[in-house]
Design a protein. Structure first.
Length: 257
């Protein structure tokens, strides 16, 4: 009862108060990266900061978790994907989660009619980053032609990255998802639609989810620390602030552009 009251008080004050603070699995260091949205310049700078942080540490490399929505809106979605692929090629442990923007891209690859919805949420800059000109007039024929051109422009590695996105990741006391979780469901029974798109009732929930949920999807001026969740979407596309939450046995800290 006391722990619950402390969590509620912390949530009301915007503080993280927990009788049993969350920790990663023993020896692990977790680097969670918020919504990138086509800002390859910021991701490049943040990877440099992670490398510098790792250089000061002994032991194995940390786990880097990209929380989804790494494409769209910004001008360099292809370059963002290339940076992630290069990171993996270096042998880094990189977990990449699916956001609602990646889900819309994948829908478009299956159904040209999805281009209308993708355009509304900032998909056209992603097409341009792959050298594909969006149709000036959108109808069934132009959408289909655009789909064929985009599919051809996507390299094998890009398609493999998009096809292999995870919906969630769990480590120790932390659960990672793009948007959040449905409070009424156990973490191991979450629906894909909630993991990539939920806002409320997740954001309004002040009880424990069983693990601290680290998420993005809902932009905030500063990182939100709650007793049951941490929101690290600092609106990089518009603000220039891309956030990485570092979690280790000593607690948490931030790296930011």
């Amino acid at each position: 009862m006391i722990a619950r009251l402390l969590r509620r008080l912390g949530a009301a004050l915007g503080l993280r108060v927990d009788a049993r603070p969350a920790r990663p699995e023993a020896g692990d260091v977790l680097y969670a990266i918020g919504d990138i949205h086509g800002r390859a310049d910021l991701l490049h700078a943040l990877f440099r900061q992670i490398d510098e942080d790792q250089a000061d540490r002994a032991g194995p490399a940390g786990v880097e978790i990209v929380l989804g929505d790494f494409i769209d809106r910004g001008p360099a979605s292809r370059a963002v994907m290339d940076l992630i692929l290069s990171r993996r090629a270096l042998g880094r442990r990189v977990v990449v989660l699916k956001g609602n923007h990646e889900e819309m891209l994948l829908r478009f690859l299956k159904d040209p009619a999805a281009l209308k919805g993708w355009r509304k949420i900032g998909g056209y800059p992603t097409l341009l980053s792959f050298g594909v000109s969006p149709p000036a007039f959108l109808d069934a024929a132009t959408a289909t032609a655009c789909q064929h051109e985009f599919r051809a422009a996507l390299g094998t590695a890009h398609l493999a990255l998009l096809g292999g996105l995870d919906l969630s990741f769990s480590n120790g006391g932390y659960f990672f998802a793009h948007a959040g979780v449905a409070p009424a469901r156990p973490l191991n029974r979450q629906r894909a639609a909630d993991l990539i798109s939920i806002r409320r009732p997740f954001l309004d929930h002040d009880e424990s989810f069983g693990q601290v949920v680290v998420h993005g999807h809902t932009p905030c001026r500063a990182v939100e620390f709650r007793s049951n969740r941490i929101n690290i979407d600092t609106g990089a596309y518009a603000t220039g602030v891309l956030t990485c939450l570092v979690l280790d046995g000593d607690g948490h800290r931030l790296l930011q552009t």
